[in-house]
Ligand binder design. Sequence first.
Ligand code: F6P
Length: 327
Amino acid sequence: MKRLLPTLRADQTSESLISVINTIQIAAKEISFRLHQGALAGVLGSTLDENIQGETQKKLDVVANQLLKTLLLESPNVHAIASEEEDSIVESPNSGDYLVAFDPLDGSSNIDINGGVGTIFSILRKPEGEETSENMFLQPGKAQVAAGYVLYGPATMLVMTTGKAVRIYTLDQTVGEFLLTHEKAEIPKDTKEFAINMSNRRHWADPIRAYITDLLDGEEGPRGKNFNMRWNAAMVSDVHRVISRGGLFTYPWDARNPDKPFKLRLLYEVAPMSMLVEKAGGKATDGYRRLMEIVPEHIHQRVSVVMGSANEVDMCMEYHSKHPKPY
Ligand code: F6P
């Protein structure tokens, strides 16, 4: 069974990038250990604080953020980090070549119910000759040099790409190493499965409402086939299912809160997931355009998301083209 670092070397990934990925996997192993200890590690439940997004921080959000932050800022190859849990970017004293954006613990409402959660990361090259500021991170998803996530489920899995295949590694708890368990993830073009938070239906705009209505009408409706629905409430788990067996994952624009019409964050959730989905043969859009083309306006920007099996994403985009755009 192949280990993570030799497979990256075989891909001719540069030593400095390998070292950044190595740092992330060291933090992930520690996060995995704490999560698997559950209540025994005394880290379940919430803190009294809110993050920049106005969300209550779970104790494990803070622990995971601190672990990744400390290790990455010590790395000689990292220039700065951006995290869901930090208001602004944090500069490393080391001035390395890479910028790392991450969501330390995605889907953290699942922590207290022992459900799947994950770490999502995106690695960008530091632009030449620019002063250190948030602007450095404002690069489109297509500029990423590596992207991935660690899913802390029944097994801990690392799914990542450095621009070639999407590889899946499983943490062997007996030796503490990520071992290659899937050489090349491939998302089937067609699917009969979709993932959306249906409870927001009354707030959706026309394109997504029309699309989902036709999926729910199954064999008797215009699609002529039955669809199944799944929702884990953690993007990492839902996208992992899509990468494993196909499907469509969407978190669309909605009218619930005019100040927050989109849910998912572009820089450290959507861009890395889009790179993985595309490299595995799927498509990732906001219903109108390729997500990997969007240049973030600020590090915590949110976007609408439709990603997964290529033909189903195309179908959903067709509905978007036929109805007025809500934003
Ligand atoms: O990052 C936000 C997130 O937790 C995603 O992982 C997940 O897809 C979504 O929010 C869940 O949203 P909701 O609470 O609407 O189910």
